[in-house]
Structures are given as structure tokens and as C-alpha cells.
Ligand binder design. Structure first.
Ligand SMILES: Cc1cc2nc3c(=O)[nH]c(=O)nc-3n(C[C@H](O)[C@H](O)[C@H](O)COP(=O)(O)OP(=O)(O)OC[C@H]3O[C@@H](n4cnc5c(N)ncnc54)[C@H](O)[C@@H]3O)c2cc1C
Ligand SMILES: NC(=O)c1ccc[n+]([C@@H]2O[C@H](COP(=O)([O-])OP(=O)(O)OC[C@H]3O[C@@H](n4cnc5c(N)ncnc54)[C@H](OP(=O)(O)O)[C@@H]3O)[C@@H](O)[C@H]2O)c1
Length: 488
């Protein structure tokens, strides 16, 4: 039987909820703590109606530069002035945002969403909070508390020292302390630190016209852009939604710069939208030069919908011997199944792969909980084999120009991946300890394949109407080059 008794989970979003439920269900661990820097559980789905102060776009900069670790006070415990450092804790949820994965596939084990297929953002938020309570795991939440440092304990037995900072909203102070754990689960999400690509002249353009460039993380409502001349960069989920939102009231056309077509892009843009290629250069005159030589002038706002980068400011590379993430290759260093860290067997990571979101977090969380309680059905392979898996995946995705943590649905890769975790976890004990990994039955797989939020051009019935357009979603069949879940 495992000697592991204490578990720290970083983050109380959907990944943290899945982890807390899985570890609680084992009825094995003596101490479980879920450290969450926000005032409630919910993660991405917490709605911050006020995005300010707006984050200044930092072209080409990575989280290692723009989300650095805080300086840890020398003597702990300590009570200090609250830290003013930007930690990117606010979320990107905007007024009109609805989910983009059908509820049947998005929900965690056992507990369905109240309705679907696509729900307003308050539903996943409530769902995550309720999920904690359903497993009596809300008792493990330590809120307003940021994990500022994770360092291997000097004892050499794979335990972890956490440095914690809790904001006290009554006395407006930060309380710092340390705690030691046997296991740490990283469920800290990867949609906090916005990414803006480096483009010639962009940095100087932002300096000269400070309010003219924002990231979609700060977008809340189309009203703020009424009658404005807009350039939207990107056409994935954020680029699509922001463009569709602003086109109702902005000056037309709304320009959208695309690097590659999305699955839902047809041969021509929607009414009111004009496509542009990528930006080649921002000029000090205020003009914007595109790759095809065309120029736009007098753009009021450029909205960068170019996604996010995962950040681990709490990972102490010095104490732990190496960094945890390779930003050049966009991957966790030394991982097995996107979940286990070969060199750090008492760490787990949930939520990194771009796959079925909530449901996939269950498989990762349950496999981890079963391993750390010593009740897993199948052992993890030896370290050499884990490294071999990682190397083979890297070779394979590189040759296909794919990202390491993007798991395709159409090719069956997702099912194969989740099956691995399912089989490692196995069933709960006959006495009931442990959580059963979820199933992906025919109905769920059908919904993933057919029920889509973003109407795909060409998937029209005989009257030229896409199915169920009134409901704001469509049933699709057509094949496209990008994976059908590429937008996740
Ligand atoms: C705009 C937007 C829309 C989305 N829409 C969908 C959708 O429709 N359907 C879908 O399935 N997915 C969607 N996603 C993806 C979404 O992020 C995942 O579904 C899911 O919510 C991720 O959960 P998570 O727990 O892994 O991360 P998060 O939800 O980001 O939660 C991580 C938590 O960790 C906390 N945290 C981070 N660092 C620390 C620290 N050092 N100490 C303490 N706490 C910390 C954060 O405050 C946060 O609460 C969307 C993402 C974005 C950005
Ligand atoms: N529920 C919803 O409706 C909803 C709404 C918004 C976001 N989301 C979720 O939020 C997450 C993030 O989505 P996102 O759309 O913000 O980010 P994203 O999916 O990472 O997409 C980034 C976009 O930026 C483009 N891009 C990246 N680097 C670029 C560069 N150097 N030059 C030009 N273009 C570049 C990409 O083009 P390429 O495609 O060519 O790479 C892509 O269009 C996803 O999980 C998504 O599902 C959900």
C-alpha cells in the first residue's frame, strides 16, 4: 500500500474539481487541500464583469518573462502588504459566451449539466462549485490562496514544500506560510496569460497608441466597440465569437486577420466581415501593413484573439533542477500521457491536453488518485518506457506539424488516449472506495461528432438552412482538414 497521505491540488477550476472528487472518493488520503487564488471555485468560468486594469499586450513575450515568480519573504510565516504584481487572475469570460462543447460530453462523471447542448457561462461555473460539494470536497478548498512556490523537499523522499500566500480581504494583507505535502497536482489551467505574437513595429505601435491594441481576454461586450473600425486577429473560438459579436454594431466591415482557415470558415466571410491575411508590420503613422501588401489606416482597435500560454510561476526550477515547460516546443518536459512527470513521480498535471476538456480531466484525475492510493489496475510503465512514449509522440506530432498536447478526435487518438488512463485507473474497490472513470458511450460520441456550436458552411439542408439554426447550433457531417475539435 502506498505511503502517500497528503495531497495538494493547485486550482479549483474543472480540473481541480475532478481531482478533488477523485482523491476524496478514495477515502484513503489523510489530508487533501485545494489551493485556489480566487474567491471561489469555478476557474475559467468565474465571470469578471470588469476586466480592468487592462493587461498591456506584450508582443512575443512568454509567461516566463511576463508572469515571473514573486519574491518569497525570507522568514515565514509572515504578514505583509498585499502584492501588487500582475498575476493574470481575472478570466476571459464575456457577456455572451456560451459553452462550445455539447453538455453531454463536457460534463464530468455521473453528474449531467442541467441542460444543453450549449450553456451560458454561469452554468459551468455553478456546475463546478456543485461538483465540489457533491463529493464533500468543498471542505478542502483554501480560497484566496496562491501557491507561490513548489520546491522538492530537501529530505530527498519526493515530498514537496509549498509556499502559500493568502490574501485577507478584511485586513487587506497577504499572509505567507509553508506547508509540506506528499503529492502535488497541478490543475492551474492554461488560459490566464494572454499571448500576442511578435510583429514588426507592434511594440512601438502600442507605445504610440496605447489604447489601440487589446487582447480578447479584456473583451466583455460588443457595446464598447459600437461604431468603431476594428481589426480582429485570429479566427479560432475567440476570434470567431468576438467577430460575430462586434459585427452587429461596429463600423463595417469588421476586418479579420486569419493565418489559416478554421473548420467553420467557408469560401467567403460572413456579411459585414472582410478577411485579411496576417499583419506584416505596424507603422508609426498608424497604418497596418498586411502580408499581401494591402494597408489599413485609422483602425480604432485591434483585438488580438491569439490565445494563451500556460504558466507555472510557482515551479522553482533552481530547487527542482530544471524547468517544467518547454515553450519552444510547447510541451511539458518529461511527461507521460500528458499527466505524469517521469522525473517527479509524486506530481501530477491535469488539464493540459487540448481534448475533451472537463470529461478528459476525470480520466486524468482518477488515474492519478488510484496510483497515489496504490489501487491502480495497471502499473505505469518503467521510466525508460515513459521516456520512449514521449519521444515517439514528439517525433510523430512534429512530422505532422501538430502540437504535442493537441489530441485529435477524428483519427480516434482521443479514445485511445483516454482508454490508456481508464485502464490504468481500473474500477473502484468492491467496498466503494474510488471513483469510476467515465464512459464515452455511443450517444456521447455521436454528440461530439454531430452537435456543433459553430455552423459549418455547406452543411445545409435542401432549403439552404442549417439544421436547428434557431437553437444556435447545427448538426454537421462534412469533412475538413483541421480536426473537428481543433478549437478546444
Ligand atoms: C474564453 C474561454 C472559453 C472557453 N469555453 C469552453 C467551453 O465552452 N467548453 C469547454 O469545455 N472548455 C472551454 N474553455 C476551456 C476551459 O478553460 C476548460 O473547459 C476548463 O474550464 C479548464 O479548467 P481548468 O481547471 O483546467 O483550468 P481553469 O479553469 O483555468 O482553472 C484553474 C484554476 O487554478 C487557479 N490557479 C492558477 N494558478 C494558481 C496558483 N498558483 N495558486 C492557486 N490557484 C491557482 C486559477 O485561479 C483557476 O481558478 C474555454 C476557455 C476560455 C479561455
Ligand atoms: N465557449 C466558447 O464559445 C469559447 C469562446 C472563446 C474561446 N473559447 C476557448 O478558449 C480557448 C482559447 O481559444 P482562443 O480562440 O482564444 O485561442 P486559440 O484557440 O489558441 O486560437 C488562437 C488563434 O490565434 C491565431 N494565431 C496564433 N498565433 C498567431 C500568430 N503568430 N500570427 C497570427 N495568428 C496567430 C491562431 O491561428 P491558427 O489557427 O492558424 O493557429 C488562432 O486563430 C479554447 O479552448 C477555446 O475553445 C471558447
Amino acid at each position: 500500500m502506498s505511503t502517500i497521505k497528503s495531497v495538494a491540488i493547485i486550482g479549483a477550476g474543472a480540473s481541480g474539481a475532478a481531482a478533488a472528487a477523485a482523491f476524496a472518493s478514495e477515502e484513503y488520503f489523510e489530508k487533501i487541500r485545494v489551493f485556489e487564488r480566487r474567491e471561489s471555485a469555478g476557474g475559467t468560468w468565474i465571470y469578471d464583469s470588469d476586466p480592468s486594469p487592462l493587461i498591456k499586450p506584450q508582443p512575443g513575450k512568454l509567461p516566463t518573462e511576463i508572469d515571473p515568480p514573486l519574491t518569497i519573504p525570507k522568514n515565514l510565516p509572515a504578514t505583509l502588504e498585499p502584492s501588487p504584481q500582475e498575476r493574470y487572475h481575472k478570466t476571459p469570460i464575456y457577456d455572451e459566451l456560451t459553452s462550445n462543447v455539447p453538455a453531454i460530453a463536457m460534463s464530468l462523471s455521473d453528474i449531467p449539466f442541467p441542460y444543453g447542448p450549449f450553456v451560458p457561462h454561469n452554468v459551468p461555473k455553478q456546475y463546478i462549485e456543485n461538483y465540489f460539494s457533491a463529493f464533500k470536497a468543498d471542505q478542502f478548498l483554501v480560497l484566496n490562496t496562491t501557491v507561490e512556490d513548489v520546491s522538492r523537499a530537501p529530505t530527498g523522499d519526493d515530498r514537496w514544500n509549498l509556499t502559500l500566500r493568502q490574501y485577507d480581504p478584511v485586513e487587506h494583507v497577504d499572509r505567507w506560510w509553508k506547508e509540506e505535502f506528499d503529492v502535488v497536482i497541478f490543475a492551474n489551467g492554461h488560459y490566464s496569460v494572454p499571448f500576442v505574437p511578435a510583429v514588426k513595429g507592434l511594440e512601438a505601435f502600442i507605445e504610440k497608441f496605447p489604447a489601440r491594441v487589446i487582447h480578447s481576454k479584456s473583451y466583455r461586450t460588443p457595446h464598447q466597440f459600437a461604431n468603431k473600425k476594428l481589426l480582429i486577429i485570429g479566427n479560432s473560438a475567440s476570434g470567431h465569437d468576438v467577430t460575430a459579436g462586434v459585427v452587429k454594431s461596429a463600423q463595417l466591415p469588421v476586418y479579420q486577420s486569419r493565418r489559416s482557415p478554421s473548420r467553420w470558415d467557408g469560401d467567403k466571410p460572413d456579411a459585414g466581415v472582410e478577411w485579411k491575411p496576417i499583419v506584416k508590420e505596424y507603422l508609426q503613422t498608424g497604418e497596418i501593413l498586411f502580408d499581401d501588401g494591402t494597408i489599413l489606416d485609422d483602425i480604432d482597435v485591434v483585438i488580438y484573439c491569439t490565445g494563451y500560454k500556460v504558466s507555472f510561476p510557482f515551479w522553482n526550477s533552481k530547487a527542482n533542477g530544471r524547468p517544467i515547460f518547454n515553450y519552444k516546443e510547447n510541451r511539458l518536459i518529461g511527461n507521460y500521457l500528458h499527466t505524469f512527470l517521469t522525473d517527479f513521480p509524486t506530481l501530477g498535471v491535469i488539464g493540459i491536453p487540448r481534448t475533451l476538456t472537463f470529461r478528459s480531466f476525470n480520466y486524468q484525475a482518477i488515474a492519478l488518485a488510484r496510483i497515489f492510493s496504490g489501487r491502480n489496475a495497471r502499473p505505469l510503465p518503467a521510466k525508460d518506457e515513459q521516456r520512449q512514449w514521449e519521444e515517439q509522440r514528439w517525433q510523430s506530432v512534429s512530422s505532422q506539424h501538430r502540437r504535442f498536447h493537441d489530441i485529435a478526435w477524428d483519427s480516434g487518438e482521443t479514445m485511445g488516449y483516454l482508454r490508456e488512463l481508464y485502464e490504468i485507473a481500473g474500477l473502484p474497490r468492491i467496498e466503494g472506495q474510488g471513483q469510476t472513470p467515465p464512459i464515452l458511450d455511443a450517444e456521447t460520441r455521436w454528440a461530439i461528432k454531430h452537435v456543433r456550436k459553430y455552423p459549418v458552411p455547406g452543411d445545409e439542408d435542401e432549403d439552404g438552412q442549417t439544421d436547428d439554426t434557431d437553437a444556435g447550433w447545427s448538426i454537421v457531417e462534412r469533412g475538413h482538414c483541421k480536426d473537428s475539435l481543433h478549437f478546444l
